[in-house]
Design a protein around this ligand. Structure first.
Ligand code: SF4
Ligand code: MSK
Length: 640
């Protein structure tokens, strides 16, 4: 068997250690399965194959004399645009359905029907209720929460009018532009249904019209579904506060029971953390020869319990199989999204039990213990018991001794406090930092890992380049985990920042890279941008701001939906590997150039993370010039 260069697969030394150990064994990972997919279908890569109706599948030949239309006459542009906005709809559905479930848990909690849950942040509840025009005076928290949750639930499937958050939070000029373009969603579920209708055979064939509807659908995600997930999560589980923790496979313990929670939902995992501290469970662990119970996470469930509980992070997306391969995971508990079905086969080669918990996500071969809010704590104890009882079944355990410290738990509210001080909470210092030229701007680097690029490498290189050039970086999801692994999420990382960013970090005591949470928490970034406009001096609409975003290791449809709502909100967004539209020059041009004239944002599909970072900074410099801001104090303008 030929030796694979693990360094081209991952830049993480812990992952390299596990992959090297698996070389030559029968244990295959996503990387091996990816190799077996080569060569990939060029039509699929370019987005010009269509199987929407039963006359197909049809494909367009981009090069020679082959067909330029499908059987129905659909062109490359129609096919690419239809496929792309179906991906947007799927991504928006994933976030919004998750949001819907959290709002439902809030409602059950308010009614006293969710076992073990309580309203951890009544202050946040009252602030949000006031924002939504819900009476708070002389009412109990549960009474307010019930009305707020019922109002929020209606927001998902509103049938007329406009979703509420843009009018409540976004700058007027941005909202007016969305309204003028017809981009304000009615309700996210309605827009998703309309996407499926428009992209049905024989409906919308105009690629621009299709993409504009994709932008509308994505706004229903970012400004409704995901935003409600974040806000209601904070009400239920508490407003995150800056918290120290650790990341990477080395957080798994040889001497303790390890429960790895994986997926996206905070509901059951919060209960698992609570149950792991239960005296009865700890006594059972001791009886089974374990020194304690460790609960750590993978993917965004990790980020949820990190942000609010300081729980350690076992890893990001491509760590899910590697964690099992340490032989130290007693239970991998999965909920929804980003869970490779292969974990079950993988677990079968070790002692790990994979437990599915969502009624929406079962995997053949996994044990299913369904999560129900009404019995949440009992279910959590049952799962912890399974893990404890599996501890004595371990075989060879080999955990890479690699961990890194990190600080997470930033939110719009606590960034205010950090920047302005407890008694003068404000974004003024951030705006002043940008206006004075100490800071160039703000970048959001977000999203997944993918086997199509070296794990973590693009995130880390891009973020290093940005902070070195005085760009404050905010992160969520697996990208945040990637940068945490190399120490970029510690205040000490300011030493790698440009002089201007260093001065700000040292003055206010923040890292140059702020972890804002899970994928749905990208909505926190939207709110922070609104606060920057409100604070003044940086323009009238979101697209005036010297900001940019990137998903440099994008993997899933949710990343596409996020990219879409960021562009619709006026941001310049790098997305790599490119979306599957390159077979249509018209769609590519619309996404990367022409759409800017409408919404102020656009995509760039640069794969090289350093070049992409420079393009993002060039965009920020252009915005600085348009705002007539002072020259940069310490960094050079980007000209290439
Ligand atoms: Fe072919 Fe048109 Fe049917 Fe697509 S919708 S499969 S292009 S006939
Ligand atoms: S978990 S969506 S791989 S960031 Fe949110 Fe990571 Fe992307 Fe899943």
């Amino acid at each position: 068997m030929t030796k694979t260069n693990t360094r081209t697969r991952t830049s993480d030394p812990a992952a390299q250690a596990v992959l090297s150990r698996l070389e030559g064994t029968a244990v295959a990972t996503a990387y091996d399965r990816s190799d077996k997919q080569e060569p990939r279908c060029g039509f699929g890569e370019l987005g010009i194959c269509c199987r929407i109706c039963e006359m197909g599948p049809c494909r367009i030949d981009p090069f020679d004399e082959g067909p330029k239309q499908g059987v129905c006459g659909a062109t490359a542009s129609t096919i690419a645009a239809r496929h792309l906005i179906r991906q947007v709809a799927a991504g928006a559905a994933a976030h919004s359905d998750h949001g819907h479930d959290i709002v439902r848990t809030l409602l059950l909690t308010a009614k006293g029907e969710a076992q073990g849950f309580s309203i951890k942040s009544p202050e946040r509840l009252r602030r949000l209720a006031a924002e939504w025009g819900i009476e708070t005076e002389d009412r109990s928290d549960s009474d307010i929460a019930k009305e707020f949750a019922e109002t929020a639930l209606r927001e998902f499937n509103r049938q007329e009018g406009e979703i509420a958050y843009p009018g409540l939070r976004a700058p007027e000029a941005t909202v007016d532009n969305w309204r003028k373009l017809g981009l304000l969603p009615v309700g996210v579920e309605h827009e998703i249904v309309e996407t499926l209708h428009r992209t049905h055979e024989g409906v919308d064939a105009d690629y621009k019209d299709l993409i504009l509807h994709g932008l509308r659908t994505s706004l229903g995600d970012g400004w409704a579904g995901a935003m409600l997930a974040t806000d209601c999560g904070d009400i239920l589980f508490g407003d995150p506060q800056p918290v120290r923790s650790k990341v990477n496979l080395g957080v798994l313990r040889a001497d303790a029971v390890n429960i790895v929670v994986h997926g996206h939902e905070p509901t059951l995992s919060e209960m698992i953390v609570a149950a792991s501290r239960d005296k009865e469970m700890l006594a059972l662990a001791k009886k089974n020869g374990a020194a304690g119970i460790m609960v750590g996470g993978i993917c965004c469930t990790a980020n949820e319990i990190l942000m609010r509980q300081g729980a350690p992070v076992v890893g990001n997306f491509l760590h899910q199989e590697l964690a099992i391969a340490t032989g130290a995971v007693d239970v991998m508990l999965v909920d929804v999204q980003c869970i490779m079905p292969a974990v079950v086969e993988h677990a079968g080669r070790f002692h790990t039990k994979v437990i599915t918990t969502s009624k929406k996500a079962r995997i053949p071969g996994a044990e299913h213990i369904q999560f129900e809010e009404e019995k949440a704590y009992d279910i959590a104890k049952r799962i912890v018991t399974r893990a404890v009882e599996n501890f004595p079944n371990r075989g060879v355990v080999d955990i890479p001794d690699i961990t890194t410290d990190l600080v997470a738990g930033f939110t719009v509210a606590n960034i205010f406090t950090h920047l302005g001080g407890r008694y003068r909470a404000s974004f003024r210092p951030l705006n002043d930092g940008i206006i004075s030229g100490r800071l160039r701007g703000v970048a959001a680097v977000i999203g997944c890992n993918t086997v199509r690029k070296t794990q973590d490498d693009s995130h880390v290189k891009m973020v290093r380049e940005l902070i070195a050039n005085d760009v404050l970086v905010v992160m969520t999801g697996c990208g945040a985990t990637a940068c945490a692994k190399v120490g970029l999420l510690q205040p000490e990382a300011a030493r790698w920042a440009g002089k201007g960013l260093q001065e700000i970090c040292e003055t206010v005591g923040i890292p140059p890279v702020l972890h804002l949470g899970s994928c749905v928490d990208n909505s926190r970034i939207l709110v922070a941008l609104c606060e920057m406009i409100k604070e003044g001096g940086l323009g009238e609409q979101l697209s005036d701001l010297p900001i940019a975003g990137s998903a440099p290791e994008a993997m899933c449809e949710k990343a596409i939906a996020i990219g879409f709502y960021c562009v619709a909100s006026g941001a310049y967004v790098n997305f790599s590997p490119p979306m599957r539209v390159l077979g249509s020059p018209e769609v590519t041009r619309f996404l990367t150039e022409e759409v800017e004239e409408l919404v102020g944002g656009k995509f760039c599909f640069e794969d090289d993370p350093i070049k992409a970072a420079r393009l993002m900074m060039r965009h920020m410099d252009g915005k600085r010039e348009a705002l007539k801001l002072k020259p940069l104090m310490y960094s050079q303008p980007i000209t290439v």
